[in-house]
Design a protein around this ligand. Structure first.
Ligand code: FEO
Length: 401
């Protein structure tokens, strides 16, 4: 995509990855993604804020040529992950006089990952400023959104915040500023998916960064993926809900079924939960998009893992999902398990619980069934549905949509 102006002498110069389908070999990208780099031209100095993923590097270089950037003084590195830092070595070759401006931790990571020479760096600290003449850049260390070296850059006079990954969304679009009501539904989903899969484990840290941004009062938020937002309060308010302890009356049932018994139990439980007045989403983990499951984990009140017994434990695909949910640290309040077994269920339930050590959820007694469910097993499932529905309704304060 060609250069876009953000404000006078501030330009988007990044790259779009229209058909990238997965990130970090784990996060599905249904809308592709972008790597947003920004050029800030002051009256005396010029800086680029972050770069792009190297396989889209030609687009960044073309954009710098379009703007006739003959001299580059600073390369600001907000984050060392290669989708933003990967082109720094190439940019340094094109502009050998440029210095890489970043914090101490990020500098070491850039040396480790990209072998950038020590003398190329200017190290800044929290709240430090850098003058470009008539424009000032200010840096705010923001560790753990989502690496330990992350920071934000703020264009002080123009009130543009560059928070790198934070507040981003994986969307490939030529309409960089399209936050129209029509487009907001898509942006909401992709921003939530992004939060769920990348930022959710760090929600305790995020609370203080939202407060910092409230104090800065930026007019524009320009993250390193997805759309640039001219209504910062919209994304900030959504984040405030996501990081809060509030949940929806929603219960997820990730499931695997080998010979239909577990599926029959899932469908019965789902029907009963719905009858008892709570929303329910069963996900067959063999085919489900894990980004969708992660998105629902952002504000679901409960999760029930459904699995047959196999290999002296739970099905590996359910364990993989439980491991992921544990790592994402959602705010679910209740957890349980259901499933079918041939000769022993104890190891199956323990196997799931062992993979949920980070979840601060109350465990509701599981329903494991020998073989196919009988009438008494359906009664037990109905009791589980009743208990879960009552508990979920007692804590859910967010509306479903
Ligand atoms: Fe978009 Fe953490 O990289």
């Amino acid at each position: 995509m060609s250069v876009k102006q953000i404000k006078e002498n501030i330009y988007w110069v990044g790259a779009i990855d229209w058909d990238r389908v997965i990130f970090d070999e784990i996060i599905p990208l249904p809308e592709g993604t972008s790597y947003n780099a920004y050029l800030v031209k002051g009256s005396e100095k010029t800086a680029i804020i972050d770069t792009v993923e190297p396989h889209r590097g030609e687009e960044l270089i073309k954009n710098l040529e379009t703007l006739k950037v003959e001299k580059l003084d600073y390369i600001i590195s907000n984050h060392a992950e290669q989708d933003h830092s990967g082109m720094i070595p190439e940019i340094l070759k094109l502009y050998p006089e440029a210095k890489v401006v970043t914090n101490k931790k990020c500098k070491q990571m850039l040396i480790d990952h990209l072998h950038i020479e020590e003398e190329k760096f200017i190290v800044i600290d929290d709240k430090e400023t850098l003058s470009l003449g008539d424009k000032t850049l200010q840096f705010f260390l923001a560790p753990w959104v989502h690496w330990p070296e992350t920071m934000f850059t703020y264009a002080v006079e123009d009130k543009v915040l560059f928070p790198c990954d934070f507040l981003g969304s994986h969307i490939a679009t030529s309409e960089l500023f399209d936050t129209s009501d029509e487009n907001k539904a898509k942006i909401y989903l992709e921003a939530k998916r992004y939060y769920a899969t990348i930022m959710m484990p760090f929600r305790k840290f995020i609370v203080k960064y939202l407060q910092l941004i409230d104090q800065l009062k930026p007019e524009i938020i320009a993250p390193s993926h997805g759309v640039v937002m001219k209504e910062p309060e919209w994304i900030l308010n959504n984040y405030k809900i996501w990081v809060s302890e509030e949940v929806k009356p929603l219960i997820l049932i990730p499931f695997v079924s080998m010979h239909e018994s577990t599926r029959i139990m899932v469908e019965f439980l789902a029907r009963k939960l719905s009858d008892f007045g709570v929303a329910v989403r069963p996900y067959n983990v063999m085919t489900a998009d894990i980004g969708n499951i992660a998105m629902d984990l952002v504000d679901a009140a409960a999760v029930v893992f459904a699995t047959p017994a196999i290999l002296a434990g739970a099905h590996p695909s359910i364990i993989s999902l439980a491991y992921l949910a544990n790592g994402l640290r959602p705010k679910v309040k209740f957890a349980s398990a259901i499933g079918s077994y041939g000769w022993s269920a104890t190891a199956t339930v323990k196997h799931i619980q062992q993979n949920l050590s980070s979840l601060k959820a109350e465990w509701i007694e599981e329903v494991m069934v020998k073989g196919a469910p009988s009438d008494s097993d359906f009664e037990r499932l109905e009791n589980l549905a009743k208990t879960l529905a009552e508990k979920v309704k007692s804590v859910a304060t967010l509306p479903l949509s």
